[in-house]
Write a protein that binds this ligand. Structure first.
Ligand code: SF4
Ligand code: SF4
Length: 286
């Protein structure tokens, strides 16, 4: 992996050949799903059901194959390019760069030692070079980066509630081991199984919330989304009185946190192991 700074100069002018729109992985967080669906002139539900897999968190790559046998993104049109260019997700805006947050510090990176575009688009060497900062500005990444950061907070809010149901309810003290075991299972099971386990009502609230927006500002959308999730959790679980009830509530909310983490490219397994270790530090077992 190569770490870059905003002044790093690279052959970042895209050839527009579409190499990276084939055989790739593009994840979408719920705001990106909303944004791209608007560009496609359909509802988020229609877009998710038609064009996403991995439990609604990734664009399908089920189009025609390129000369290397790699399938095109479902949004790619031959001899035209991206059909949702203005609504494309952060991963597409950043490519060939990636964005990594370590200890609250944002780094831009690219995979390997050599510049990724050279693989299928060596023509980039004949196009103008750009600094990383100039590239990000041209790709209008700001709103999408802000959305990613805001959803990281929503994810942590959900995980915190999952902790509360386990640690503050008496459930962990009762000797329960099933809850942490189930957190672990959810972190490694197929996303579609997790979706089934949590149920479509919760998953719809996570991925395709009913939020009407006059603007495309992600932060207002995500604030409303966070509120909606919190209200639904309160509404559904505030009257629980049994240990089984707290167990089930912790599973649902943690399942949502895991799925949201997946939609942002986090590794569900290592993140959940970290949460499990934290819970164990407070006396939970499993
Ligand atoms: S691989 Fe690089 S140069 Fe080629 S289409 Fe993708 S971003 Fe553009
Ligand atoms: S959304 Fe558009 S830019 Fe992104 S991979 Fe698909 S076709 Fe390419």
């Amino acid at each position: 992996m190569t770490k870059l700074n905003l002044d790093s100069i690279l052959p970042l002018t895209c050839t527009r050949i579409g190499t990276c729109c084939h055989g790739n992985q593009v994840l979408v967080n719920p705001w990106e799903l909303y944004f791209i669906s608007k560009e496609k002139k359909m509802t988020s539900k229609q877009f998710r059901d038609l064009y996403c897999d991995l439990g609604g968190t990734r664009l399908k790559f089920n189009g025609d194959k390129d000369k290397w046998g790699k399938k095109a993104c479902s949004q790619y049109i031959d001899n035209f390019g991206c059909s949702v260019h203005l609504g494309r997700p952060l991963a597409c805006r950043l490519f060939p760069l990636g964005r990594q947050i370590q200890n609250s510090e944002v780094n831009y990176i690219h995979e390997g030692d050599s510049f990724p575009c050279l693989d299928g688009c060596s023509e980039v060497l004949n196009l103008p070079k750009l600094s990383v900062g100039e590239y990000l500005e041209g790709q209008l990444t700001k709103a999408h980066e802000a959305a990613q950061d805001a959803y990281l907070e929503v994810m942590q809010n959900l995980a915190d509630i999952g902790f509360e149901f386990l640690l503050d309810s008496g459930l962990a003290e009762s000797g329960d081991i099933k809850t942490l075991q189930m957190w672990r299972v959810m972190s490694i099971e197929e996303p579609e199984l997790l979706v089934k386990r949590i149920g479509s009502e919760w998953m719809n609230c996570l991925l395709i919330p009913e939020i009407k927006m006059k603007t495309n500002k992600p932060i207002s959308f995500i604030e409303k989304h966070n509120e909606l999730l919190q209200l639904k959790i309160q509404d559904r679980f505030s009257t629980i009185q049994t240990m089984q009830g707290f167990h089930e509530a912790s599973i649902v909310v943690m399942g949502l946190a895991i799925h949201l983490a997946r939609s942002m490219g986090a590794n569900p397994k290592s993140l959940t192991e970290h949460w499990i270790e934290t819970a164990k530090g407070f006396g939970a077992k499993g």
